[in-house]
Design a protein around this ligand. Sequence first.
Ligand SMILES: *[C@@H]1O[C@H](CO)[C@@H](O)[C@H](O)[C@H]1NC(C)=O
Ligand SMILES: *[C@@H]1O[C@H](CO)[C@@H](O)[C@H](O)[C@H]1NC(C)=O
Ligand SMILES: *[C@@H]1O[C@H](CO)[C@@H](O)[C@H](O)[C@H]1NC(C)=O
Ligand SMILES: *[C@@H]1O[C@H](CO)[C@@H](O)[C@H](O)[C@H]1NC(C)=O
Ligand SMILES: *[C@@H]1O[C@H](CO)[C@@H](O)[C@H](O)[C@H]1NC(C)=O
Ligand SMILES: *[C@@H]1O[C@H](CO)[C@@H](O)[C@H](O)[C@H]1NC(C)=O
Ligand SMILES: *[C@@H]1O[C@H](CO)[C@@H](O)[C@H](O)[C@H]1NC(C)=O
Length: 496
Amino acid sequence: MECLLQKTKITMLSNCLILLMVGQAFSIPKTEEVTWYPTYHLAPHKGWINDPNGLIYHNGYYHAFFQHNPENIPEGTKHWGHARSHDMLNWEYLPIALSPSLEDDIDGIFSGSAVNLNGKLTLIYTGVSDNLNKQRQMVAISSDGVNFEKKGVVITKEGDESYFRDPKAWFQNGSWWVVIGSQTTDKLGEVLLYSSKDFFNWTYQGVLAGGNGSLGYMWECPDFFTINGKQILVISPQGLEQDGFNYQNLYQTGYFVGNWQPEQNYTIEKGFREIDHGHDFYASQSFLAPDGRRIQISWLDMWESVFAENVTGWSGMFTIPREISLNEFGDLVSKPIREIIGKRTPNTDIFDTIISSNQMLTLKNNVFSSEILIEFNLLNSSCKAIQLSLKEEPTRDEGVVLYVDIELSRLFMERYYPKYGIDKTNRSVAIDLSLSKLSLDIFVDSSSIEVFVNDGIAVMSSRIYPNNNQRKFSVAPVDGFVNVSLTSYDINVNNQ
Ligand SMILES: *[C@@H]1O[C@H](CO)[C@@H](O)[C@H](O)[C@H]1NC(C)=O
Ligand SMILES: *[C@@H]1O[C@H](CO)[C@@H](O)[C@H](O)[C@H]1NC(C)=O
Ligand SMILES: *[C@@H]1O[C@H](CO)[C@@H](O)[C@H](O)[C@H]1NC(C)=O
Ligand SMILES: *[C@@H]1O[C@H](CO)[C@@H](O)[C@H](O)[C@H]1NC(C)=O
Ligand SMILES: *[C@@H]1O[C@H](CO)[C@@H](O)[C@H](O)[C@H]1NC(C)=O
Ligand SMILES: *[C@@H]1O[C@H](CO)[C@@H](O)[C@H](O)[C@H]1NC(C)=O
Ligand SMILES: *[C@@H]1O[C@H](CO)[C@@H](O)[C@H](O)[C@H]1NC(C)=O
């Protein structure tokens, strides 16, 4: 959950210098020209957020806590901000739940999770002290779901305590369990497992999983849960090198599929794969909704990227909550929570229409808070590629482009906002074109885009920074015609 922890003071200094230079070299957005605060995503009205923490449904509310610096400084001291909701889309912001106050959490309240302990909303989090070098797991309990009473340290690690964080707890087979992100003495990422009968007295159970050199120096934000009888381990490893189209972001978030039960080792069946292929996705956490759905929320940002919204007083946001499942091949499938269906109204419907070569379909001029569900019938198309853009004019450079490369069987997302220091870069994911249809369910909010491919088999999520006049959505085939059906919707939620 902390990038800067991994770096020396010199790197921190150079980050500060870079930020300073950004401030000098690039435009500051005029507030009348930009609308970036999201309407249906969780984001702080003021200050900085990063990881989702303590996600839980408790006493009639969905609770989301978040890594938070009230002064809007990314490397500033972390608190737990708090919001609750009945639908995970409209959020009610509550007072900060946890602030540094004890000797063991005086330098920050790092990530963690929530459980229902004897009816009470109970948090387990990493308290940091000694200039971030001591990381210890601590507990806080609430009777009213708003105010928390700290209970102090419950788990410590022998030896080096500087890489030991982000406890994710659950109840199973009559015991409490917790996984914690850590690092071996030879500097490889690993996840440690502990158990307890009472949530306070914890016993070390060993290493649940560890890197073998190919998966970075630290595994942050572990999450461990069961879907379809398989145990999924989600981690956010740091220190992976880019490998072709994989691992293109500074840090990653991905998953293993395997088998585990108490008293047994975790046996991995399918190795590490990234969950999302956009520019901005990190520190996923999941929880169970009361109806049994496994819901996952992630930070829709990346460490050390340009947070252009910063100057308007807030920085960072969460993804749309996603219902996750495993398909028959053991691949994670992510879908936007169905609550969003109740919030949308259709405004355009196009069915089975050919866009000819050299033609363009302009769908909307003002895409702010929208879903565009688009399906290409590839059996009835001749083009080599399809280009979808959100720009002032499709011919302009600045903006975001989705590019379906039919020959390469890949979907690319390229964004470019030079005004704010965001260079032209793309991310991509392999797509299965043997299905004859390609469906893209595209969710745009004021400063984000999330693209769900073929019902969630792949997702790409990125922050975008369009001005108010850079919100025209167009579709055009490249070298041939394309057959398209689409519905676009306005999403009516107003967190603004
Ligand atoms: C946001 O602005 C504050 C105050 O100007 C600054 O200290 C901080 O580093 C900025 N954060 C980012 C991510 O640019
Ligand atoms: C844990 O519970 C599951 C399901 O109730 C059961 O199948 C399994 O045998 C239990 N494992 C242990 C070690 O008790
Ligand atoms: C803590 O748990 C362990 C293992 O269950 C047990 O042996 C020990 O007595 C417990 N200690 C306290 C103080 O409850
Ligand atoms: C778990 O793995 C360790 C180390 O490989 C091994 O020594 C131990 O026997 C295994 N335990 C079980 C229950 O398979
Ligand atoms: C190391 O882990 C990676 C990713 O899980 C895997 O692909 C590779 O085969 C492993 N290598 C060894 C030597 O175990
Ligand atoms: C191809 O598209 C045209 C025009 O919409 C339509 O009339 C025709 O039925 C489609 N053919 C197939 C095979 O889908
Ligand atoms: C994606 O980026 C790479 C590397 O910058 C570039 O070579 C490639 O042309 C880009 N592809 C698309 C489809 O934009």
